[in-house]
Design a protein around this ligand. Structure first.
Ligand code: SAM
Length: 284
């Protein structure tokens, strides 16, 4: 490398999301040269370092000790140590620890260098076939069903591609709630086990994807990224038309039947329309 490592610098280093071959030459060079590696799970990072034939001092830095460790780590940096921060997989700080440390280092004017590489969000988007000119990364949805539904409803009019991380236990529930919030016919992608032996990236409507999960064509094993295409940008008068449609339907139907019917007619999500119809009824 023409570059030299700088004393007192925190290197934030991306590591592979499954396939160890995805470590970059520069990341390996930084890991070889630093005084110490701050690792989310030292056992996991040890495997990566063994693959690179490196023997380094590893210090745990995870969500449970990050605040406590902060002062010590900042002292090491001020004392001139060169440190690498890694997480278990992908880019640190992306749904992973590191934010408190990076913020504190920046506040104290300590040098930071990014060593980019894999992240599940960009890996998943790269082959999803959904628009990537603008997207919104939502991280993990709330684990509880009610909070998850509210979070999805708040995204009802989002026009950018939406990206979510999800645990295999919650994929089926998340797809069902997404269909409720965005409509059955919204196009989405389920990406699973990227860069690993059982890699899958399947595009379909939310209902088609839910079916593939239910019949096992998409097994609920491994790591998942869910992506949902954004809503059509609303033409100026559409809100008024939807409200008018709901008003007319509610003269003959219950709020929930009116919302169901309006969802069929407009292609919008049932639960978003239901909330809107309820609000209209309460205003009367
Ligand atoms: N920092 C990581 C990154 O840059 O992508 C993310 C860490 S987060 C704790 C772990 C989540 O990322 C998993 O639950 C899954 O949603 C997603 N993920 C990580 N590796 C993946 C892979 N190989 N395939 C699909 N999703 C993955």
């Amino acid at each position: 490398m023409a570059e030299t490592l700088q004393k007192g610098t925190l290197y934030v280093v991306a590591t592979p999301i499954g396939n160890l071959g995805d470590i970059s030459t520069r990341a390996a060079w930084v890991l070889a040269g630093v005084d110490r590696v701050l690792a989310e799970d030292t056992r996991q990072t040890r495997r990566l370092l063994e693959h690179l034939d490196l023997h380094k001092t590893l210090t745990p830095l995870h969500e449970h000790n990050e605040d406590r460790q902060l002062a010590t780590v900042l002292d090491w940096l001020r004392g001139g140590e060169m440190l690498a921060l890694v997480s278990d997989a992908g880019t640190p700080l992306i749904s992973d620890p590191g934010f408190a440390l990076v913020r504190a280092a920046r506040e104290q004017g300590l040098p930071l260098v990014t060593i980019p590489g894999a992240s599940a969000v960009t890996a998943a988007l790269a082959v999803a076939g959904l628009p990537t000119d603008r997207f919104v990364f939502e991280g993990f949805l709330p684990p509880k069903a009610g909070a998850r539904r509210r979070a999805l409803e708040a995204l009802g009019r989002e026009t950018r591609t939406m990206v979510f991380y999800e645990s295999p236990r919650r994929v089926a529930g998340a797809l069902a709630d997404m269909a409720g919030a965005f409509g059955d016919a919204r196009v989405a992608v389920v990406a699973r086990e990227l860069t690993k032996a059982h890699e899958q990236s399947v595009q379909g409507t939310l209902v088609e994807l839910a079916d593939q999960v239910a019949d096992g064509r998409i097994p609920l094993k491994g790591e998942f990224v869910l992506m949902v295409s954004g809503a059509e940008a609303e033409a100026g008068g559409l809100d008024v038309e939807v409200d008018h449609l709901l008003t007319q339907l509610m003269t003959r139907l219950s709020v929930s039947d009116a919302a169901r019917m309006a969802a069929r007619i407009t292609g919008q999500g049932r639960s978003g329309l239901y909330q809107r119809a309820l609000a209209m009824q309460n205003r009367e």
